[in-house]
Design a binder for this molecule. Structure first.
Ligand code: GLN
Length: 304
């Protein structure tokens, strides 16, 4: 497996030149565009190559955690009533919205509007408490109690986040959320700004691949059925409007973020975390996707 990982690193770094580092959140632009890190974690080993020590913000990779906590706190029916689970076939920051009313059927948990709506299904007396619970779950799944928010990225996104505010106001206008828009978008921005590395993502994916069982202690960290929900939704819409091609070429549940991370779940086998900040037109890490294609081919990872 180490040889395959070395090969993926050697062959895929060149694809960074085909992508662009996100600039609509100004702070993200500071990333080194040709970085590439890949980490594979199984029950018995951790293999990390390339820029695995580089830190980046989760961005949309936090959406599966938001979904998971909403499921744990309020169950599948409430989640399903609020947001749909169908692929939108649209970019992450739009509604699939052409009717005169916005409903859950237009969105899913992996697009921005769906994730913002699901934050309201996380229990907590205040938005600060909801966020603390989300951070704490993420730390547990990553087995990394030191995970924190990158304050500079958070501020940068908050200062430029008009589109996400607009999405939240649309959710409110159509009665899908009833809270203060500023409060919910604030924790959305904070959640997106949690700073991780490839190992953190690989470890979260490993827990999802084991249906919620902790790789070290075997303790069930969340109900197995919810891992099934998250993995199924990731395989349908985790890579936005690139999910179909990703299913064909890689064939595993995965989630990307505009910070350059991808968390990929190989059921019953391993978790993979990749980092490379140059993105393709759909907002997915270009070299990260290429590396996952190679790993899937050579290690026979596709579930299809
Ligand atoms: N924080 C980003 C945004 O809302 C997350 C999007 C992404 O990673 N695709 O625009």
């Amino acid at each position: 497996m180490k040889n395959t990982l070395d090969k993926a690193l050697a062959e895929c770094r060149k694809f960074t030149s085909e992508g662009t580092v996100a600039s609509y959140i100004p702070e993200l632009q500071k990333a080194r565009y040709d970085a590439l890190g890949i980490c594979i974690m199984t029950e018995n080993e951790i293999l990390a190559v390339g820029d695995c020590d580089e830190k980046f913000t989760m961005q949309s990779v936090v959406k599966p955690m938001i979904l998971l906590l909403a499921l744990m706190d309020n169950g599948l029916e409430k989640v399903r009533d609020l947001v749909g689970v169908e692929a939108t076939g649209k970019p992450f920051d739009t509604f699939n919205y052409s009717d005169r009313a916005l409903t859950g059927a237009h969105i899913n948990p992996m697009v921005n509007a769906g994730a913002i709506a699901l934050l309201t299904l996380i229990n907590g007396d205040s938005y600060a408490e909801k966020f603390d619970r989300l951070l704490s779950l993420t730390r547990t799944l990553a087995d990394n109690p030191s995970l924190e928010v990158d304050e500079a990225v958070y501020l940068s996104e908050s200062q430029t986040g008009s589109k996400n505010r607009a999405l939240a106001y649309m959710l409110k206008a159509y009665g899908m959320i009833s809270c203060e828009v500023e409060e919910v978008v604030d924790i959305y921005f904070r959640a997106c700004s949690i700073k991780v590395d490839c190992r953190d993502l690989a470890r979260i994916a490993l827990v999802l691949s084991r249906k919620g069982r902790d790789p070290k202690t075997d303790k069930q960290l969340f109900p197995a059925e919810f891992a099934g929900c998250v993995n199924a939704i990731l395989s349908i819409c985790g890579m936005y409007d690139g999910s179909g091609e990703f299913a064909l070429n890689v064939g595993i549940p995965a989630k990307s973020g505009v910070g350059g991370g991808i968390m990929a779940v190989v059921p019953s086998r391993m978790g993979i975390g990749t980092y490379s900040p140059a993105l393709d037109k759909k907002g997915n890490s270009r070299a990260g996707v290429k590396a996952l294609e190679l790993l899937s081919r050579e290690l026979n990872l596709s579930i299809f």
